[in-house]
Design a protein around this ligand. Structure first.
Ligand SMILES: Cc1cc2nc3c(=O)[nH]c(=O)nc-3n(C[C@H](O)[C@H](O)[C@H](O)COP(=O)(O)O)c2cc1C
Length: 203
């Protein structure tokens, strides 16, 4: 049941949310939202009540190529965990980029009951690397169809990246997060030294 009928007008503006936190949602096996934490509401601009019972594509951004979701669902159907870098759409047309960790939920007998998604904000440099690739995939999808976009993506991952999409996004996120931390530490050290030198003049 999708009670939100009119898609929002897209605004090219990033939503502000508490990026130290984790956005969590749980779905049934069809991707219907069963649970959303408060940070999900904050980032998506939907209340919990609005989200529960809706299909997860309620926050699908039109800049996302279909192939990423095809890979996601293939992994989930194979009962494999998965990671994806996703641009999401808010209720009022803004966006936010996240890395999502998808896991399988099971009952006591081991039967799959649904899925859990945990999302973290990604460094700007990750977005700068992934957004042009998604644009290429979307252009191919629009002009040549979904299947061609999918085939191009597999060939691209093989030839240029040498790993699966899942490994690619996890490695990219880790590398860029480490770089960002190093820069932050460097900035802290410079600030520390400034304090040291300036205190000399002040005393
Ligand atoms: C647990 C879970 C979380 C999901 N989270 C998102 C999400 O944050 N953004 C999104 O666009 N799709 C998400 N999806 C995928 C959607 O179900 C859907 O496949 C996708 O939005 C593409 O929509 P479409 O199939 O209507 O093209 C999630 C699926 C599951 C199972």
């Amino acid at each position: 049941m999708n009670t939100i009928t009119t898609p929002p007008t897209i605004i090219n503006e990033e939503i502000t949310w508490d990026t130290n936190k984790t956005i969590v949602s749980k779905t049934d096996v069809f991707g219907t939202i069963l649970y959303a934490n408060d940070i999900f509401s904050e980032a998506s601009e939907y209340s919990t009540l609005e989200l529960i019972g809706e299909p997860h594509n309620i926050i699908r951004h039109p800049d996302m190529p279909k192939v990423t979701f095809t890979l996601l669902w293939q992994a989930l159907k194979n009962e494999e965990n998965f990671h994806a870098i996703v641009k999401n759409l808010t209720k009022y047309g803004k966006y936010y980029w996240v890395i999502t960790d998808f896991t399988i939920d099971r009952d006591d007998t081991g039967k799959v009951t649904g899925y859990t998604a945990r999302r973290k904000s990604v460094p700007k440099s990750v977005v700068e690397k992934i957004a042009p690739l998604y644009k290429t995939l979307l252009d191919i999808e629009k002009n040549k169809g979904e299947k061609v976009s999918e085939m191009y993506f597999h060939a691209y991952l093989n030839e240029e990246i040498g790993k699966s999409y899942d490994d690619f996004v996890v490695d990219l996120f880790e590398e860029e997060s480490k770089k960002e931390k190093k820069l932050q530490n460097k900035a802290k050290r410079i600030k520390g030294l400034q304090w040291f030198f300036f205190s000399e003049y002040e005393s």
